[in-house]
Every structure is written in C-alpha cells, then in structure tokens.
Design a protein around this ligand. Structure first.
Ligand code: H79
Length: 437
C-alpha cells in the first residue's frame, strides 16, 4: 500500500466530518441574519410564473396534465417570443403595488431555463426565437429600482433524463429508463444555481420547489445550500418542501396558506419561531397564465390577505402569470395598483412590523413596531372591540387614516376600543395603540 493512501483517506474523513458538522450546526452569517430581518420588513412581494408553458394558456403544469412527450414539449420554445416583455414595466408595477421584492421562475418543473444557461441548451436563449435573457434585464431593472430579486428554482424536472429514478409526478414521456441522479444534482442543478448567483448581481435568495416529488431521495441539500451561502452569504434559501425547516434554510414558506393553518392540505402545521415566514398565493386561480382564469381576487381581498399574513408574522408573496407575449393582464395591474394606493396611506402599519401580541381572530389581527401596536379591524360590526390583556400600558389610541382619537379602556381583563362605524368601502380599520413603558 502506498504511503499517501491513508493520508488521503484521513483527509477525506476529516472533510466529511467537518461538512456534516457544518450542516447540523448551521450558523447563519451576519449578512444572512441581516437579510432575514430585511426580508421580514419588506412584507409584500410579487411572485411571477412565466415560462414557455405560458404559450398554451393552460397553467405551468400543462406538460404533466396533458401527458405530453418530451418531443412534443420541445416544440413550445420554438414559438415563445415575448416581444412585449418590458422589465421596466414589470418592476414599476411591483413598486406601484407597494411590493418590495420579486420572486420569478428561473425554471419551473419543465426544467426550461428562462435565463442564459451554459449548463444545457434547454434554455430561452438557445431554444427560442427571442434569444435573449429576460432575467438579466429584470435583475438590472430591479437593482435600478431598489427591488430585491429572488429566483424560484424547481428541483423537480420533467425534461432532463438524469432526473432519475423519477418521482411521484412521473408519466411515460419518452425519457430513457436510466439516468445519473448525482450528475443531475451536482453538475446540472448546482451548475445553474452557480450561474444564477454569479451573473445577476446580488440575489435576494433561491426559492426551491418540487422536492416533494421525491421525498425520500438524497437531494445533496447540504452541498447545494453550502454552495449558495458561499457564493452569496446574504442570499436566503426558501424551500417550498412543505416540511419542518432543515439546517441551512433561511425562511419558512407556506403555499396558499397562512403559517400553520394547512387549509391547502399539503403544508406542515409546524411554524418556525426563528425563521422569517412567508405565505404565497395566486391573484386568480392559477400560477402560470391560464386562459380560463376569471376568479380575480379584489383589491380589498388582496389587502386583507396581506394584513392577515402580517398579523401572523408573515410576508405575502402574491402571484401573477404574465401573458406569453410578456404583457401583464390589465386586470392584475388595476388590482395591484389599488393595493399600492391603500399601502401608500396605511403602509406604516405593515412595513417593518412583526406579528402583534394579540392573537389573530375572525375580527382581525395586530402588527407591532417600536412603541406601537396596530389593530387591524377586518370584520367587526359592533361598536366595542374587546381584546385580551397586553403587558404594556396603552397611553393613547387613534385611527391611522385620519388621526382621530379612539376611546380606549384598559384593565386587567383586557383592552376595549370604542370604534367608529365602518365606512362603506373600508377594507381595514387601522387603530394605532401607543404604548408607555
Ligand atoms: O409553482 C407553483 C406550482 O406549480 C407548484 N408550487 C407553486 C408555487 C406546485 N406544484 N404542486 N403543487 C403546487 C401542489 C402540490 C401538490 C402536492 Fe403532491 C401534493 C405535493 C405533494 C402532495 C401530488 C402528490 C403532487 C405531488 C405529490
């Protein structure tokens, strides 16, 4: 036996032990902790589902739902040509809606990279007549306008043969019955993540989805998470795996749900007390553009969802699915702008807050910031609102929108507010409680 072998073996062993330690013992960097606080302060983000699937106007699962073959799906990029795509218009819309960040599909479950990837030619620059990289334009515009950009990245892949063995959403689509799982993760996925984290300036984070397709597989998470944190320490890892958070993850996100409520049926009821929280939802029924969608949520409904999220100490990530030509449905635009108008008046009670000390109820929620508690009255018609006791003394109370005083009584049993009758078009009556020491 050569003399160097044991040394190599020992080094490898030490390396493995160290990485194992690093994972179970994940200590977020100071930049990462700062980014988490900033994330919580932002409260409201725009989710964008946009890909070659948008062409068919049948949502982002069309490949799977119609049981298309890879050869059939390969035709889609040939006529994806978003000549109306305007990064400035998109980012400006997010801004005018009062949104502080954008999370966009860099690739969805079809595996199609919506950016200039050198890892594979299954991407927008190589395969479409458009030939350009919209994420690059979006990243530049976001940096100009001060909006943070996050990349949604699907770990599930219905196109790459190396996504093998296949998972729960598998159907026979013409891929061979073999593939190199390690190459899929280490070369393909980590390669693309490296591109996203080195070519687009500072990135807010990576929003993972699709791990639930193979819940028992080894996803090399520690390696991928370490790579992300090493390339950009402030980038947040936001996994939509519907499970209890693991070491290395920075935000807990809930799909179509408030934290812990699991009305969707696939979310966990566990709510992290350490990590920032996020709740995602759709402005109408689908994520990716769907021609049959007509159930738009009203502006008032969107505001109430944002407020309910904030009262539950969570962000709201609200989705739109732009048209394949790059335009955004005018119905989305009018509603989002109305939310922005509301936030221009009431934003103080949302941005920079955390969930308040009073448990959320059907009547509404509370948020808090510095010496203020914001009581958001969402559904309450009676003249008095009795809340449970709080530890601080309430020194005054006023209505946020017109500064008029609100009568408040506080004793050991709780806090009672005397409310003016709700106005007709009122979305949320915000009462500000100022606390003494
Ligand atoms: O990108 C959007 C959707 O396309 C994607 N996530 C959002 C943000 C999404 N994929 N699936 N779902 C949402 C619904 C989840 C379905 C599941 Fe299951 C139920 C996952 C696990 C149980 C059925 C069984 C599908 C996979 C296994």
């Amino acid at each position: 036996m050569s003399k160097t072998l044991p040394a190599v073996f020992l080094t490898a062993l030490i390396f493995l032990a160290l990485t194992a330690l690093a994972q179970s013992d994940y200590q977020p960097s100071p930049e990462n902790l700062q980014a988490r606080r900033e994330f919580q302060d932002m409260k409201f983000g725009m989710f964008i589902h946009w890909g070659v699937y948008s062409v068919l106007g049948d949502g982002e699962w069309v490949f799977h739902n119609r049981k298309l073959t890879v050869d059939e799906y390969n035709r889609l990029p040939l006529f994806f040509d978003p000549e109306k795509f305007d990064a400035h218009a998109w980012v400006s819309l997010a801004k005018s809606a009062g949104m502080k960040y954008i999370t966009i599909t860099s690739r969805h479950h079809d595996g199609f990279a919506m950016f200039d990837s050198k890892v594979s030619d299954w991407n927008i620059v190589a395969r479409t007549p458009y030939k350009r990289d919209p994420l690059k334009m979006l990243a530049e515009e976001c940096h100009r306008q001060g909006i943070k950009l996050f990349f949604y990245y699907s770990q599930l892949d219905w196109h790459n043969p190396d996504y093998y063995p296949r998972g729960a959403t598998n159907w026979p689509n013409g891929r061979p019955d073999h593939g190199d799982w390690n190459a899929y993760l280490d070369t393909y996925m980590d390669g693309q993540l490296t591109e996203l984290l080195t070519r687009y300036g500072p990135v807010g984070g990576i929003w993972f989805d699709g791990m639930w397709d193979k819940p028992d597989a080894d996803w090399h998470l520690e390696k991928t998470y370490a790579l992300i944190h090493q390339l950009q320490p402030a980038a947040l890892i936001i996994p939509n795996h519907h499970q209890t958070p693991r070491p290395g993850e920075d935000v807990q996100t809930f799909e179509r749900d408030l934290p812990g409520q699991n009305t969707a049926g696939f979310n966990t009821r566990y709510v992290s007390r350490q990590l920032p929280l996020e709740s995602s939802d759709t402005l109408n029924d689908n994520w990716g553009f769907n021609i049959g969608d007509s159930q738009y949520k009203s502006a008032a409904e969107l505001v109430r969802r944002l407020i309910r999220a904030a009262g539950n100490n969570s962000n709201l990530l609200m989705n739109i699915g732009p048209y394949p030509n790059g335009e955004i449905d005018p119905q989305f635009v009018t509603r989002l702008q109305a939310v922005g108008e509301w936030l221009a008046k009431y934003g103080d009670s949302v941005y920079g807050t955390r969930g308040g000390p009073i448990p959320a109820g059907d009547w509404g929620v509370t948020t808090e910031k510095a010496d203020k508690i914001y009581v958001h009255v969402l559904a309450w018609n009676a003249p008095l609102l009795a809340l449970p006791p709080i530890s601080n003394k309430v020194t005054s109370a006023h209505s946020l929108v017109d500064n008029s005083g609100v009568e408040v009584t506080q004793n050991a049993d709780g806090v009672i507010l005397k409310l003016a009758p709700p106005k007709n078009d009122e979305t949320d009556r915000v009462i500000v409680l100022t606390l003494g020491r």
